[in-house]
Design a binder for this molecule. Structure first.
Ligand code: KIV
Length: 289
């Protein structure tokens, strides 16, 4: 996907949008070659890559660092010949950068500075959690030429206010509040909307009502697209599997097994072999004399 204009177009055509998180250049190349439409450099990086319990530790510096790494991964991939990539089906996905905790709540100047940092680092869209109280700033950001993706439902930056990682919008009042937020974001001009841990019928209703695409995570099949976390899809964190995650690989077991074989080979001296080592250059007869 080359621009935000294509997002609405995809929805109109009924083409589902595939988004995955990733945070570094190596995984960006893998994800892009799989053909994703959007790469989300999410503030989940604080948890998946830096071992925090929630996303609050991610700040603008950290997000810019990881967005730039993903951007470099995609540039490197573009510069290698198609025959050396895993598949020819990839077109450069757009990078969605997460505005981290409170970055849009510290005044307009701070918001604009944060947005400039993340866009210059390589993001083409910024994702913003929540809306209440931020309507004017979001509108200003969008009117300044920065495409924005909304994010409502279980917004991890508010995990302490929400009382934990729980499904949102389950009772009539909470559902009405989510509908109102979705409409307000649409009215602000966001290009797409993430719905996280929202009951499937409510997510479907929001998706049908809005012209912009919805991208669900734990929000059922009625959304216009889906997003999952790289580590979850590949089963890299064996201790953690939310209900909405589908693992496409038992990655933790497979990778640990490969690494264990490396350790064994070092200990048994099976690695390195002669053809994995360098020889001295052949000496000339004069030098040997
Ligand atoms: O940071 C993130 O990974 C996210 C997704 C869970 C949508 O916001």
């Amino acid at each position: 996907m080359k621009s935000v204009l294509e997002l609405r177009e995809a929805k109109r055509r009924g083409q589902k949008i595939a988004m995955l998180t990733c945070y570094d250049s190596t995984s960006a190349a893998l994800v892009a070659q799989a053909g994703v439409d959007l790469i989300l450099v999410g503030d989940s990086v604080a948890m998946t890559m830096h071992g925090h319990d929630d996303t609050l530790a991610a700040d603008v510096d950290l997000m810019a660092l990881h967005i730039a790494a993903v951007d470099r991964g995609l540039r490197q991939l573009s510069s290698v010949s198609p025959s050396s990539t895993q598949t020819s089906r990839w077109t450069r996905p757009m990078i969605v950068g997460d505005l981290p905790f409170l970055a849009h709540r510290m005044g307009r100047e701070a918001l604009m500075n944060a947005a400039a940092r993340l866009m210059r680092a390589g993001a083409q869209i910024l994702k913003v959690e929540g809306i209440d109280g931020s309507e004017d700033d979001l509108r200003y950001l969008i009117q300044s030429g920065v495409p924005v993706m909304g994010h409502i439902g279980l917004t991890p930056q508010s995990v302490h206010a929400l009382g934990g990682w729980r499904v949102q919008g389950r009772d009539a009042r909470a559902a009405e509040a989510l509908l109102r937020q979705a409409r307000a974001l649409h009215e602000c001009g966001v290009s797409a909307l993430v719905l996280e841990c929202v009951p499937a019928p409510l997510a479907s209703q929001i998706s049908q009502e809005l012209e912009i695409p919805t991208i669900g995570i734990g929000a059922g099949a009625g959304c216009d697209g889906q997003v999952l976390v790289f580590q979850d899809v590949l089963g890299l964190q064996s201790h953690f599997k939310p209900k909405f995650v589908r693992r496409y690989l038992q990655g933790a077991e497979i990778l640990t097994d490969a690494l264990r074989r490396y350790v064994d080979d070092v200990r048994s001296q099976a690695f390195p072999a002669p053809d994995e080592s360098f020889d001295l250059p052949a000496r000339s007869p004069e030098a040997q004399a």
